[in-house]
Design a protein around this ligand. Structure first.
Ligand code: BJW
Length: 247
C-alpha cells in the first residue's frame, strides 16, 4: 500500500488484530462464552436481568487481558504512526489495551476499555481505571450515589464513545484501512462507506476472510494481520527543503 506525503490514514481495528495475542474473537469458532452470544452478555438488558453474569463475563476477560502481549500487527501500526505523525488516526472497537502496550498514541476506543468502570446511573462519578473482578459471593461494588458499578463498555443499544472525533477524522482521511473486523456491528461497519463519501479515499481490508461489507473495499488483503501488516506499508516521505542535501 503506497502512502504519499498528502495522505491521511484512518485505521479501524477489530477483535481479529488481537487474535494472534491469544484473545478470542466474538463471532469466530470460539466466539461463544459459556454458550452465550456476546449480545446476551453485553447489553443493558443483560445487565438489568443478571448483573452478576455480566460481571462474571467481564471478570474472566479482565483476568485474561492481564496476561496478553501485543503482536506484530499492533507493532506495525505503531511504526506507521511513527512515520505519519498526526496524519495517522487509529480507532479501535477493541476494549483490550494491546494498542497502548505496543505504543500507539493517536488512538480512540469507541467501545470502551476493559480496565475502566463507571456508575450505572448517570451521576457525577466519571469513568475510572479499575481492575476489580467478581470473586465468589462478593457483592458488586456501589457508587457513593447508590448505583452499582458497571464496566465502562459500550454495549448493544448504547452510543459508542468519541463519535464526533471519529467522524471528523473519517471526513479528512484519504486512506481507510480496516483490520480484523467482521463488518456486522454498527456504526463501525458503516465507517468505510462514510469515508468513501469524500470521493478521493482508497479503502483496504486486512484479515483471513472477507468481511460482511467487503464490497465497500477497493482491495482486500487476505491473511492474519500479524503477518500482513508488517509488510503492507510503503510510506513516501516528504523531505522538507532543510533536510535536502545542499546544492
Ligand atoms: C482476524 C484474525 C487475524 C480472525 N488477523 N483478522 C442496524 C440494524 C440492526 C441493528 C443495528 C443497526 N444499527 C445499529 C444496530 C445495533 C447494534 C448492531 O450493530 N447490531 C448488529 C449486531 C446488527 N449496534 C449498536 O447497538 C451500537 N450502538 C449504536 O449503534 O448506537 C446507535 C448510534 C449509532 C451512531 C451514532 C449514535 C448512536 C453499539 C455496539 C456495541 C458493540 N459492543 C461489543 C461488545 C462490547 C465490547 C466488549 O465487551 O468487548 O463490541 S459487541 C462486539 O462486536 C464488540 C466488538 O467491538 C464488536 C465488533 O466485533 P469485531 O471486532 O468485528 O469482531 P468479530 O468477532 O465479529 O470479527 C473478528 C474478525 O477478525 C473476523 O472477521 C475474523 O475473520 C477476523 N480475524 N483472526 C486478522 N489473525
Amino acid at each position: 500500500m503506497h502512502i504519499g506525503p498528502a495522505d491521511r490514514v484512518f485505521v479501524l481495528t477489530g477483535a481479529g488484530i488481537s487474535a494472534e495475542s491469544g484473545l478470542p474473537t466474538f463471532r469466530g469458532p470460539n466466539g461463544l462464552w459459556r454458550g452465550h452470544r456476546v449480545e446476551e452478555v453485553a447489553s443493558p438488558i443483560a445487565w438489568a436481568r443478571d448483573a452478576r453474569l455480566v460481571w462474571t463475563f467481564y471478570s474472566e476477560r479482565r483476568r485474561k487481558h492481564r496476561t496478553v502481549e501485543p503482536n506484530p500487527g499492533h507493532h506495525a501500526l505503531v511504526q506507521l504512526e511513527g512515520a505519519l505523525g498526526e496524519r495517522f488516526f487509529l480507532c479501535t472497537q477493541n476494549v483490550d489495551r494491546l494498542h497502548e502496550q505496543a505504543g500507539s498514541e493517536r488512538l480512540v476506543h469507541m467501545h470502551g476499555k476493559i480496565f475502566q468502570s463507571r456508575c450505572e446511573r448517570e451521576c457525577s462519578l466519571p469513568p475510572f481505571d479499575d481492575d476489580w473482578t467478581l470473586e465468589g459471593e462478593a457483592a458488586i461494588p456501589r457508587c457513593p450515589c447508590g448505583g452499582r458499578i458497571r464496566p465502562h463498555i459500550c454495549w448493544f443499544g448504547e452510543t459508542p464513545f468519541e463519535l464526533e472525533r471519529i467522524f471528523a477524522e473519517l471526513s479528512r482521511s484519504t486512506i481507510f484501512l480496516a483490520v480484523g473486523t467482521s463488518g456486522v456491528v454498527e456504526p463501525a461497519a458503516s465507517f468505510v462507506r462514510f469515508a468513501r463519501r469524500n470521493g478521493r479515499v482508497r479503502t483496504f481490508y486486512v484479515g483471513p476472510e472477507e468481511p460482511a461489507n467487503a464490497a465497500s473495499f477497493d482491495e482486500v488483503f487476505l491473511g492474519p494481520s500479524g503477518e500482513v501488516l508488517p509488510k503492507l506499508f510503503r510510506v513516501e516521505q516528504d523531505f522538507s527543503p532543510a533536510e535536502k542535501a545542499p546544492q
